[in-house]
Design a protein around this ligand. Structure first.
Ligand SMILES: NC(=O)c1ccc[n+]([C@@H]2O[C@H](COP(=O)([O-])OP(=O)(O)OC[C@H]3O[C@@H](n4cnc5c(N)ncnc54)[C@H](OP(=O)(O)O)[C@@H]3O)[C@@H](O)[C@H]2O)c1
Length: 268
């Protein structure tokens, strides 16, 4: 099976890199890019061929669209004249509904919407997958198999994709932001930056592993660190005082709203 990534930016590169790490052959992968220097850089790094969209459409069984939502229109115009009956289109574009692709590509083109995230780069993606109206169960399984090689996969109704985009698509950025702020706190307390970074990164990795492997609820895990009269509860009081929980609820709701807005921009 040949997979072509249309738009090998951050997420497209993460997919190529993750698929190669998972044992996919570089000869079975293709990508398209607008800038020749970027294409050359990717080919040097991964040994994957950069091609024109027309060649990708001709050779690939699966076309993964990974351009920014704002760049979708010209790509759809180009693809409309190129897509063959055997092609499966997978969109990773935030906010864009499968109906947009179905409307603009040849009638009956199977489309599957995916919201991945950048931990794909290290084989730890969370991808949520929703089939469009022409995608078969077999095609859905093909995409699930492909993405399972670079992380975890859930199949969800497309109506939940804007929420998924806000939660797990953007989620890594919120964790990076927290880690960044906690490193700053270490600096404030006089620790060398490298030490602060090592301490917080390992705390994050350890907490992530406990969340994933221990099966305990996050509330229990936090309570286990929060002894009566101890240090952690003082910190929690400050987090509550500053409304950090409410800020996270607002932040993720706002990201969801932006995903909805990106989709609306392409409505007829
Ligand atoms: N980054 C994330 O964490 C993340 C997570 C989940 C989903 N996504 C989705 O993934 C998509 C890509 O996001 P990104 O962060 O990877 O953006 P990005 O780094 O800007 O990557 C998009 C790439 O596509 C290229 N491109 C644009 N139009 C093209 C065309 N017609 N033909 C070939 N290449 C084209 C762009 O080139 P230029 O440099 O010329 O613009 C750029 O290299 C978005 O729709 C986003 O919603 C991203």
């Amino acid at each position: 099976m040949t997979v072509a990534v249309l738009g090998a930016g951050k997420i497209g590169e993460a997919l190529l890199s993750g698929l190669l790490d998972a044992g996919h052959d570089a000869g079975d992968l293709l990508f398209t890019e607008r800038h020749p220097e970027r294409a050359a850089e990717l080919t040097d790094r991964y040994g994957v061929a950069g091609v024109e969209v027309a060649e990708a459409a001709k050779r690939a069984d699966v076309l993964v669209v990974a351009v920014k939502p704002q760049d979708i229109e010209p790509l759809l115009d180009e693809l409309a004249g190129l897509i063959g009956p055997g092609s499966l289109v997978v969109s990773m574009c935030a906010g864009l509904p499968t109906s947009l692709f179905e409307r603009r590509l040849p009638a009956g083109t199977p489309v599957i919407r995916v919201m991945p995230n950048t931990p794909m780069l290290v084989g730890a993606a969370m991808s949520a997958v929703s089939p469009g109206k022409h995608a078969t169960d077999e095609q859905l399984q093909t995409v699930e198999r492909l993405l399972s090689s670079v992380g975890k996969v859930v199949v969800l109704p497309e109506s939940q994709q804007d929420a998924v985009t806000a939660l797990s698509g953007s989620g890594p950025a919120y964790f990076f932001y927290l880690v960044e702020a906690m490193i700053d706190a270490g600096i404030l307390l006089g620790l060398p930056r490298a030490v602060a970074q090592q301490l917080i990164v390992q705390a994050a990795v350890g907490a992530g592993t406990m969340l994933e492997e221990g099966g305990e609820h996050p509330v229990m895990l936090r309570e286990n660190v929060t002894s009566p009269g101890g240090t952690t509860i003082n910190g929690i009081r400050e987090l509550e005082k500053h409304g950090v929980r409410a800020a996270l609820l607002d932040a993720i709701e706002s990201a969801r709203d932006r995903s909805v807005e990106l989709g609306k921009a392409h409505e007829e």
